[in-house]
Design a protein around this ligand. Structure first.
Ligand code: TXA
Ligand code: MG
Length: 323
């Protein structure tokens, strides 16, 4: 079983494991990541193995500063500006991969682009101390709910990894926003922890949502799947259903729900994002076969929340390649 060590005591042990090509679960501001040396084929293979993740689904390389990022990827002026504005933080930039970047091809699934992100907190310190980028997908079994606490990581992956670094509950709660500059336009590949409106306001450019379907290779329809079925935009609760609530007004029949969690009683979308995955897990554990979900507005972090809920509710036979 994995050892859970508080972040302020874990740096040396994490460094030793990473240096030996092992994987370590670490806190980031978005969700917990399952980290390994991005330059080591063995370490990257261990990440895919521990998650049961299809190898055609590339990983984000995490860096500790812009200099490290620019040794790996080619930054056009807009991507650089975004990095300067939002790093460290919950924004991932997809840029062309440099030929001599040193990233193991397994981490990029052979693509000629790379997803880069500079995380806040423990991850940044760890990467600086290691002196190499860390490949890190969310620390969950492929297709499961992303982990927002060390306990959730240990419950899901504990038998397959040696160390979970405990940095407490992750403050943002949903994964990073992924964007890519293409032909001078900015494409949103995955809504996430930075609201699209915030990016648009900062750079004065509209984000393109692009065609429907798979945006990032790992964005399969069914993902984040709890055991229970999810019923979205519920205005009433049926007999035996659990309820994932939002805001001050309740769905009809809420008083009879098998269990209730309110993402944000005051209707704050940031608070709702922070609570999303842990409340989904808690309702799932309560044992109801259906989780009814009240409507969540499509603004700010609501876009990422609705994206994750839609994937959690998607038919499971589409679960070909979760993250
Ligand atoms: O907040 C986050 O982004 C977390 C923390 C741990 O950093 N990480 C995370 O990683 O969510 P993961 O592997 O669960 O999701 C990364 C997504 C996948 O959908 C993958 O397909 C996509 O990024 N991706 C990776 N490289 C890409 C590339 N070169 N082009 C387009 N999409 C890419
Ligand atoms: Mg994931």
């Amino acid at each position: 079983m994995a050892e859970i060590v508080p972040a302020d005591k874990a740096l040396d042990r994490a460094l030793a494991l990473l240096g030996a090509g092992e994987v370590v679960a670490i806190p980031t501001e978005t969700v917990y990541g399952l980290a390994g040396d991005a330059t080591s084929g063995g370490a990257v293979a261990r990440i895919y193995e521990a998650k049961g993740r299809p190898r055609f689904n590339p990983l984000i390389a995490h860096v500790c500063d812009l200099a490290m990022a620019e040794r790996i990827g080619v930054f056009d002026p807009l991507s650089r500006r975004l990095a300067e504005l939002f790093w460290p933080g919950p924004l991932t930039l997809v840029v062309p991969l440099k030929a001599d970047a040193g990233i193991h091809p397994l981490a990029t699934a052979g693509l000629d682009t790379i997803a880069l992100r500079m995380p806040r907190g423990f991850g940044g310190k760890l990467i600086a101390a290691l002196g190499r980028p860390l490949a890190a997908p969310s620390a969950n079994t492929s297709g499961h709910i992303s982990s927002t606490s060390a306990g959730a990581v240990a419950a899901d992956l504990g038998s397959r990894i040696k160390l979970v670094v405990d940095g407490g509950a992750t403050p943002v709660g949903v994964e990073s926003t992924i964007v890519k500059v293409h032909d001078g336009k900015l494409k949103l590949l995955r809504p996430g922890g930075v609201a699209a409106e915030e990016i648009e306001a900062a750079i004065g450019l509209k984000l393109e949502r692009g065609a429907k379907g798979i945006q990032a290779p790992g964005m399969m329809a069914s993902h984040y799947a709890p055991n229970a079925a999810m019923r979205l935009r519920a205005v009433s609760v049926d007999q035996g259903e659990a309820l994932l609530a939002f805001g001050a007004t309740r769905a009809k029949g809420a008083e009879n729900a098998a269990a209730v969690r309110n993402l944000s009683p005051s209707g704050d979308l940031r608070e709702a994002a922070t609570n999303l995955f842990s409340f989904m897990l808690e309702l799932d554990r309560a044992g109801a076969s259906v989780i009814a979900v009240e409507p969540i507005p499509m603004e700010g972090l609501g876009e990422a929340i609705n994206d994750r809920l839609a994937r959690a509710a998607a038919p499971r036979d589409m679960e070909a390649a979760g993250e």
